[in-house]
Design a protein around this ligand. Structure first.
Ligand code: SAH
Length: 238
């Protein structure tokens, strides 16, 4: 029998993936699906979450919870990363825009599934660190830039999918413009006293968007310009 020097996280990772799958089943009514797709499960398997977690939280790298990454921000809970990725329904030829790079973990998961990921991070230190982490892992199909994601990335549009990992009361209009017809946008919408809801928008035509609300979530707030333009969250008006 061959005993390879096992990755110390292998067991924990298996347990985490099982836990995520059970949670998806529990929430299947709200989510509208019961199982994660095979490619999403493979992505969770292949990306080392520990590489995106600060030294002092290494022991919790495979706990199913968000963890601090500095600057008051967090790496998302693995269950949330899994379902948001599934909801985007990424294809190998897709170009995806992410708003809120944070640690770079969500970007790395997407990068293993699609052609290219563009990711914008408001905090310069986090943007810099995420870019270095991805480079160290040899992930070269993610382009990160520091800035306010409100404006999207017009030089690289249209996007097949857009994922926003910070909560806003409504979608920044440039993001909807930069989504191709047929594309999907996944975002936590802040419904004020009703809390945050994870929403999936599908752009059915140039001026028609279909909205599906799923589960309650708890994301850090969207920063920057959106603050001064925030509306009701009922953003069906492209
Ligand atoms: N996807 C991340 C989780 C990020 S937490 C991960 O996998 O680790 C949300 C991130 O969104 C934070 O880093 C925050 O700084 C960033 N953010 C908030 N508002 C933003 C904005 N307007 N533009 C770009 N990034 C923003």
């Amino acid at each position: 029998m061959h005993f390879s020097p096992a990755n110390p996280h292998t067991r924990e990772k298996q347990q985490l993936i099982q836990e995520i799958q059970s949670e998806v089943k529990l929430c299947s009514r709200e989510l509208g699906f019961e199982y994660l797709s095979e490619p999403v499960l493979e992505a969770l398997q292949s990306v080392p979450r520990e590489a995106f977690v600060p030294e002092e939280y290494q022991y919790a790298a495979y706990d199913n919870r968000p963890l601090p990454i500095g600057g008051g921000q967090t790496i998302s809970q693995p269950f949330i990363v899994a379902i948001m990725t599934h909801m985007l329904d990424p294809k190998p030829t897709d170009t995806i825009l992410e708003i809120g790079t944070g640690s770079g973990y969500q970007a790395a998961i997407l990068a293993s599934l699609v052609h290219h990921v563009y990711s914008i991070e408001y905090d310069p230190k986090l943007a810099d660190r995420a870019a270095k982490t991805l480079e160290r892992l040899g992930i070269n199909n993610v382009t990160i830039r520091q800035g306010d994601g409100f404006d999207g990335w017009p030089e690289a549009d249209p996007f097949d999918g857009i994922i926003v990992t910070a909560a806003a009361e409504k979608i920044a209009p440039p993001l909807l413009e930069q989504l191709r017809v047929g594309g999907r946008l996944v975002i936590p919408i802040d419904k004020q006293w009703l809390g945050q809801e994870l929403c999936l928008y599908t752009k059915e035509s140039k001026d028609k968007i279909h909205c599906q609300s799923t589960i309650s979530v708890a994301f850090v707030p969207f920063r920057g310009k959106i603050r001064s333009t925030s509306g009701t969250g009922d953003n069906n008006d492209l």
